[in-house]
Design a protein around this ligand. Sequence first.
Ligand code: AMP
Ligand code: ZN
Length: 114
Amino acid sequence: MQECIFCKIVKKEIPAEIIYEDDNVLAFKDIQPAAPIHLLFIPKKHIPTFFDLQPEDDKIMGEVQRAAAVVAGDLGLAERGFRLVANCMKDAGQLVFHLHYHFLAGRELQWPPG
Ligand code: AMP
Ligand code: ZN
């Protein structure tokens, strides 16, 4: 946990372009954007993967998802929409083991992903 890069962003120990913050949620720009708008929405609490979620995290995770909708509205995406996607473990390509949603928007996205 000490080494977790997203925990360091939460604690402002390393810089990030923060787009949204409240008591339980942080959203910041991905450093390697895969779309014109590519944000990461995270719980401030260190939760490595979906498999680590506890019942008491349900509220926090709801807040993370709702924050994405609030930011989408603020960014004028209510009509065009956005994609919220989370990679879990190896086959999905998870690289950072602090649960996060990728928020992708600003272009038509392909489906299914590769
Ligand atoms: P994932 O493969 O789902 O674990 O994605 C991790 C994401 O975190 C990648 O899209 C990275 O570009 C992004 N990332 C890694 N380090 C940072 C950082 N310091 N600031 C912003 N985004 C980061
Ligand atoms: Zn963490």
